[in-house]
Design a protein around this ligand. Structure first.
Ligand SMILES: Cc1ncc(COP(=O)(O)O)c(C=O)c1O
Length: 396
């Protein structure tokens, strides 16, 4: 049965980072973009309708978040994650990555250390070094096709007094792990013991596959809540990344005051009119659409796994528990990273995120974005499969 997500929409000439910036990013034009995390799906109809109606009004002046906005965010967190979030905990930021950067500025000093768990979403490293802080790695370990955390190493890495923050990617991009209560509890206790603040990036929290449950880090205990800044946004869930709207949830009033004061210094105190409206309407009216999306993404994920097992055996798929990003283990091909990236671009003609972008442990991997119509996904996989067959034939 065809669904709305099967509709292929031409995104060229829309100033799309994913589609129109391929040349500046990869140096080529004629490739299928399956990189960067936005979806090739239309935003839920009620959200588009709310934006349309607001546009009809014709005046787009300064905007504040109305009470109904906060109520919609809180209700979403309660109904989806059983997490009770108060209005005063919800801070504005023009995106999760900007928020992480502001948090680094507000809660550490130049030269301090920030712990990340690679391979991980690359802006975690960039925002740290761009702010003059040092990145400390607590590398994830690969066990039975899933990443796990190395707690013994974490204990050591958090011990020095100049370690101020830990950036947690939950669910994990690029590995797709939805961290369990047990994993989160162990991590949280170590952070409390060493007085290291946890920045929990939960931007992918709504995108969870069957059999897994997202647990907001701050919902685990009051002690964790008091030591955590949770970064959330509707942008991945509802494909709203271009509206630059995120909600940073900070239950500890002292931490909240420090964050708010910092946002005042850069005068990022007022949101975007459409971002505000889209967030509220997505959280209010988007859950049925999200259920359909999750079914479709589950289908795409299973399609990818089957396709690779049947046709591209040289590439091992790390089956994700959440997110629409899939980590592909290409180490069996025996190419170095430069060769692998060039092969995918020039032979397979697909643009994926290179594994080394994600830091140590990313070598020999690439990340594919499966939030596209199944026909597009099939096209991308076919390109990879055919290019690999031709490459192997050329070696014989
Ligand atoms: C883990 C993670 N955090 C943050 C972002 C981007 O957030 P924003 O666009 O709100 O800065 C992404 C996008 O891919 C992501 O995967």
């Amino acid at each position: 049965m065809e669904t709305q997500f099967d509709c292929v929409i031409d995104r060229y000439q829309t100033a799309s980072l994913k589609w129109d910036n391929v040349r500046s990013m990869f140096g080529v034009d004629d490739v299928l973009p399956m990189w960067v995390a936005d979806m090739d799906f239309m935003v839920p109809a009620p959200v588009l309708e709310a934006i349309r109606q607001r546009l009809e009004h014709g005046i787009l002046g300064y905007t504040e978040r109305p009470d109904s906005y906060f109520a919609a965010v809180s209700e979403w967190m309660l109904t989806r994650f059983n997490w009770s979030v108060r209005k005063e905990w919800i801070h504005f930021a023009p995106g999760v990555v900007p928020a992480i950067s502001f948090i680094i500025q507000a809660f550490s000093s130049p030269g301090d250390k920030v712990v990340v768990q690679p391979p991980v979403y690359y802006p975690f490293m960039n925002t740290t070094t761009n702010n003059g802080r040092q990145v400390v790695y607590n590398p994830l370990k690969l066990a039975n096709g899933r990443y796990t955390m190395d707690f013994a190493d974490l204990e050591r890495k958090l011990a020095p007094p100049d370690v101020k923050l830990l950036l947690l990617c939950h669910p994990h991009n690029p590995g797709g792990a939805v961290w369990t209560r047990e994993e989160l509890t162990k991590l949280g206790k170590i952070c409390l013991e060493h007085k290291v603040l946890v920045v929990s990036d939960e931007i992918h929290a709504d995108l969870i596959f069957k059999g897994h449950t997202h647990i907001p880090f701050a919902s685990i205990s009051e002690n964790f809540a008091q030591n955590t800044l949770v970064c959330t946004a509707p942008s991945k869930t509802f494909n709203l990344a271009g509206l630059q709207t995120a909600n940073i949830i900070i239950p500890n009033p002292q931490l909240g005051a420090v964050f708010a004061a910092h946002m005042k210094t850069v005068h990022l105190v007022r949101p975007n009119v459409f971002g505000t409206l889209a967030t509220e309407s997505a959280y209010r009216y988007g859950s049925a659409w999200l259920e359909e999306l999750l079914d479709y993404l589950q289908g795409n994920m299973e399609f990818l796994v089957d396709y690779c097992e049947t046709n591209i055996r040289q590439i091992k798929v790390m089956k994700p528990e959440g997110t629409y990003l899939v980590w592909l283990d290409c180490r069996a091909l025996g190419m170095n990273d430069e060769e692998l990236n060039q092969f995918l671009l020039t032979q397979a003609k697909v643009a994926l995120d290179g594994g080394t972008w994600f830091g140590p442990g990313g070598e020999g991997f690439v990340r594919i974005n499966i939030a596209c119509p199944r026909a597009t996904l099939a096209d991308g996989l076919k390109r990879i499969g055919q290019a690999l067959n031709a490459w192997e034939a050329s070696k014989r």
